[in-house]
Design a protein around this ligand. Sequence first.
Ligand SMILES: *Cc1c(COP(=O)(O)O)cnc(C)c1O
Length: 221
Amino acid sequence: MSLLTQIQEELQQNKTTLVAVSKTKSCEAILTLYNEGQRIFGENKVQELVEKQAQLPKDIQWHLIGHLQTNKVKYIIPFVDMIHSVDSLHLLREINKQANLQNKMVSVLLQVHIAQEDSKFGLDTKELVEIMEYYTAENSSLSNVTICGLMGMATFTEDEQIIRHEFKQLMELFTFIKNGYLIHKKDFKERSMGMSGDYKIAMQEGSTMVRIGSLLFGDRK
Ligand SMILES: *Cc1c(COP(=O)(O)O)cnc(C)c1O
């Protein structure tokens, strides 16, 4: 059994979706996993995503997982399946605007800051609430985006306790938002958390989507 199949089966038992993170990896490497049945791939740079999308099979579902600049939003709207890394209301509004211009509905996740390191992007609770108020307002203009859940990255550490605590925090924020704002929205259901080093902990803490790169593709240079 291939490594991909092993991981897919492990995830399936927890009803967790695998996003194969292919950043820096070749189209050939992506096709290898594609031919083994993987369809969801994640990239963190717009240009790389656009180039690969043009060359690879059209039934691949592309997820953007890295920081997105507002001036690059328009390039990915035509094909992107989900954007995990919405970290400001400004960006969300730009995604909505471009989606509207291109007659699309775009699925997004809000990236929340859960790690101790402050180098990582993400919203704090106050900003998250601000976005929710805006999104759920009766006269909301955000009619071309669907907020499907939250994304977060844990601290890069060997300390399992810290990682577990941070994933629990994401889960708590999810419940808080769900109950406070989106109780009737079935689309709000995803917790994108877990990478190669911590996806098992993430699954135990309620992840619905893991983003795995190096474990599948080998180390990046
Ligand atoms: C690179 C990256 C991953 C995958 O990391 P691995 O440790 O290679 O599994 C997951 N999420 C984000 C946001 C990334 O940038």
